[in-house]
Unconditional design. Sequence first.
Length: 165
Amino acid sequence: MGTWGTGPFDNDTAADWCDGLDDTLAENRHALVRGTLIRAADASGYLDTVIADETVAAAALVAGQCGGHTLAEPHDGPEAPLPDLTDLRALALEALDRVMADPSELLEAWVSSADAHAWRASIDRMRAALTPTSPGEQLALDRSPAPSAASAASAASAASAEGTS
């Protein structure tokens, strides 16, 4: 796996996931992001780096639509237009919490890195963007399956696997 920075799209896995998102039909992009977040949020046991990197990228897309926060360089991330992802805020927060909890291969890798502080700051900025700021604003976690979330998540995994072959 190649990593060139601490941002959410600064690794080969996230770049491959974004390519898969770009290749996904517009009407299935929301389900792909949602499926990616659910895969991490529902993970039990050891969370591998591939799932975690894809989750961080998906959460960054959701966070980027919340409150006008800019989380990445304009040339980073997917190129295709994105649907409104703001309804995934609570799920993105839950998925990021899972990435940041043991056992997580990505967390283990960054904890021992010289750039650990910068990476954690990037995650913290995403969490801040995803967290409601208005008094009384609440997040609702909708865990009901989207019609094509499973197939979209499978397509993302297949696209990732093709990129690593």
